[in-house]
Design a protein. Structure first.
Length: 173
């Protein structure tokens, strides 16, 4: 695709987002399973359902724009999910591992917040209020997911995690 206009750039950005959200739909069940803390696991499972909704909302946007909903591989999300896999493979104190999972998940959320912000700005510039509104709905859900991830750390995980390094290595999962 050639990028010679704002509408073409918006479509390009939306295709990247469709790939990102689709990759997340595949990855989030593994992250939920890897989380030791039940509250964190439930939070991730709930966000999986929201993410499925994000994919459907993006499909609606493509329909409004009368464009085929074709994904363009989001390399950034691939990299972020690779980091998440590393976090899931770590050994050690469960609460600390879970905080690492939250850190990886928040990197994903921040990427999505930035990407949706850009797409919203483009839709606004093009005067497409319907697309803008749909994307804003998703952006708010992404921001809320980020806030909930912080909250689970502050309310639960930080209190469960050791504050000092053990003298001779930590417990293994």
């Amino acid at each position: 695709m050639s990028l010679n206009s704002l509408p073409e750039l918006l479509i390009d950005q939306l295709r990247d987002l469709l790939s990102a959200e689709t990759q997340l739909v595949s990855a989030l069940p593994k992250v939920a399973k890897a989380a030791a803390n039940p509250e964190l696991s439930t939070l991730i499972e709930n966000h999986l359902e929201e993410t499925r909704g994000h994919v459907e909302r993006l499909r609606q946007v493509f329909e409004i724009l009368e464009t085929k909903p074709t994904a363009k591989t989001c390399k950034a999300m691939k990299g972020l999910l690779e980091e998440g896999k590393e976090a899931m493979g770590e050994k050690g104190e469960e609460a600390v591992i879970d905080i690492g999972l939250v850190a990886a998940a928040q990197r994903v959320e921040h990427y999505e917040i930035a990407a949706y912000g850009t797409a919203i700005a483009l839709a606004k510039q093009l005067g497409n209020r319907e697309v803008q509104s749909l994307l804003e709905e998703t952006l708010e859900e992404e921001k809320k997911a980020d806030e909930l991830l912080t909250k689970v750390c502050e309310d639960t995980l930080f209190d469960s995690a050791p504050k000092q390094a053990p003298a001779s290595g930590g417990r293994s999962r």
